[in-house]
Design a protein around this ligand. Sequence first.
Ligand SMILES: [Cu+2]
Length: 243
Amino acid sequence: MSRFRLLLLLVLALAACKKDGPAPPQPQPASTASTLLLEHEVDAMGLAFDSILYVNAAGHAYGVTRLEYYLSGLTLLGSPGTPDLEIPGPWYVNAEGQTAFKLGTLPGGTYSGVAVQLGLPPGLNQTGALPATLENLNMAWPDPMGGGYHFMKFEGHFIHNGTAAGFAMHLGRNEQLVHCSMPATFTLDGTADTLALRFNLNEVFRNPHTYDLATGNQSMGSMVLMGLLRDNCADAFTFEHRP
Ligand SMILES: [Cu+2]
């Protein structure tokens, strides 16, 4: 084949490609590598451990010694043209340990809010359902009490009648799964970004129920006390998108 004929074929091939090639792709929102970040606060104060620094709605001064919980079912709520996106998790959070989690690449689009569960869905809330890591084993809910896992362990001390007493706000059982929904318009546009959830511990003790530690400093054995915590925790998280 002569050099000329080769060139001619090449030109023809290119022309054919231009003429008959596939239509240019429609512009799509780029996908976004995202991080889920948990932050912890008590109203306007940052969370610090092991000191009586805070006051709850019932008027008890208190401090925090432990905060561990699971989140699951993180859902980015869609809008016209953007479907809902559920990222099942679960994520084990220790406020003194890991609080940032890679979510991978999320589809771009404009979302109308975020929903998340404090706790585990029924399918995972069974003894042995999670990998036998030290964290998961430490969150186990005793089999005689129904098995599965603690959704939350929030422990500390509070001042009552002038003396410090312990409290343990332990939440578990499928009936007590907390559903949180946070409306917010935000756009994932292809740049790495952060989905921040801020957990305000004073919300555990208020709205709709003013929780009285003096009459319920151990929640675990009581479906009634845990029901109060479940209701209160529904608005304990606020969401912020940080591009
Ligand atoms: Cu417990």
